[in-house]
Design a binder for this molecule. Structure first.
Ligand code: PLP
Length: 385
């Protein structure tokens, strides 16, 4: 007799990741993967050497749960320098398994079932499931024109049940770098409603055209209600290492550390050593990274334009979020067509919205120039179809 096993309502409450599914489809079709945001080029040599050295030197057992002392101290001084925020490495810095774990651990630590969490659309697709796993209800708020914060819509979304807002700047998928004015408006709402802010700043070093990153947690009144989330994945091209962090006031960090401990015990110990070495790279490293992605952003933008795909150049992060309304199709069919018939994988726009987004598709330019040139060559065939 076949027994139908019950699934938890939490797991039943969301679908699998479309972004990661597109990688599997790209692999199956032998297509170029411009779907998932990870580099196809080498990680920096000093990091790889530091990782190998750490393993040889036997940093191979559990690190202290909230991260090695060297990495926490390195993070505290980096954040003081770059983000203008002070955190005590002993009590306020938690190293996690990527920013992915930092976000879910923060929600589980600070949000109760039945609470509402405000999520701005379009959003990185993990935030919906994160909220569902925490047993909370996401309240989705559309962005305004050119993906600016719509202050009226945002104010209307905050209410008596609001426990937190999730923010991502520089933004995936839109490329927006939120301004001081937009961040101040968000901060005021958080203060008025006594809400937390979970701020995903994973693209903080990937900025163009003079845009500057500002941390919401550095604004007055936000110090003890913001969890600033970061990662080594994108800045150092090591998405597979799974090392990120959550920075928050001592009380909040205490709760996040407990959840983190029981979820994962800790992030990979030898890779924490290598990430500490990454923080010693000179400032030229970050300038070169931004210049590298600036070139790639223009390369792909030119190619997409030639293929008839419309998109704005992003202010930060490494995605182009294209308008496909000129094509007689929707995002899901278009993405399947691209991966199967054109040989290029992208992410359907609807995966970044609770509703809508079927007129959008996202491409990443976090790839070697040769990969981007070949993808553009393939995409130009759209003109003949
Ligand atoms: N947050 C955003 C906005 C992302 O785009 C990604 C990956 O694409 C992640 C988090 C995942 O980061 P990590 O590798 O640190 O878990």
């Amino acid at each position: 007799m076949q027994v139908e096993r019950r699934l938890s309502s939490r797991a039943a409450g969301f679908t699998e990741s479309v972004i990661r599914e597109m990688t599997r489809k790209a692999n199956a079709a032998g297509a170029i993967n411009l779907a998932q945001g990870f580099p196809d080029f080498a990680a920096p040599d000093p990091l790889k050497e530091a990782a190998c050295r750490a393993i040889r030197d036997d940093h191979n057992q559990y690190a202290i749960t909230w991260g090695t002392q060297r990495l926490r101290e390195g993070l505290a001084s980096k954040v003081a320098r770059y983000n203008g925020m002070d955190f005590d490495p002993e009590t306020e810095v938690t190293v996690s398994c990527g920013s992915t774990e930092a976000m879910i651990a923060s929600m589980l630590a600070l949000v109760d079932p039945g609470d509402e969490v405000v999520v701005i659309e379009p959003f990185y697709e993990n935030y919906g499931p994160d909220t569902a796993i925490a047993g909370a209800t996401p309240v989705f708020v559309p962005s305004g024109a050119e993906f600016a914060i719509d202050e009226d819509a945002l104010a209307a979304a905050f209410g008596s049940k609001t426990r937190a807002i999730v923010l991502n700047t520089p933004n995936n998928p839109t490329g927006r770098v939120y301004t001081a004015g937009e961040l101040r408006a968000i901060a005021d709402l958080c203060i008025d409603h006594d809400a937390y802010a979970f701020v995903d700043e994973i693209y903080e070093h990937i900025l163009y055209d003079g845009h500057r990153h500002l941390s919401l947690g550095s604004l007055p009144g936000m110090e003890d209600r913001t969890v600033t989330i970061g990662s080594f994945s994108k800045t150092y091209s090591v998405t597979g290492w799974r090392v990120g962090y959550a920075l928050a006031d001592r009380r909040l960090s205490g709760a996040i550390r407990k959840v983190h401990d029981f979820l994962t015990v800790g992030a990979p110990a030898p890779l924490q050593e290598a990430c500490a070495a990454a923080l010693d790279l000179p400032s030229a490293y970050y300038d070169d990274l931004a210049a590298l992605y600036d070139r790639k952003r223009r390369l792909l933008h030119d190619g997409l334009t030639r293929a008839g795909l419309q998109c704005e150049l992003p202010e930060g992060a490494y995605y182009l979020f294209c308008d496909i309304s000129g094509f007689d199709t929707d995002d899901l069919r278009f993405a399947d067509f691209l991966v199967e018939q054109v040989g290029v994988a992208a992410v359907p726009g609807s995966s970044f919205f609770a509703e809508g987004g079927s007129d959008r598709i996202r491409f990443t330019f976090s790839k070697r120039d040769e990969t981007l040139v070949e993808a553009c060559r393939r995409l130009e065939r759209l003109n003949e179809m």
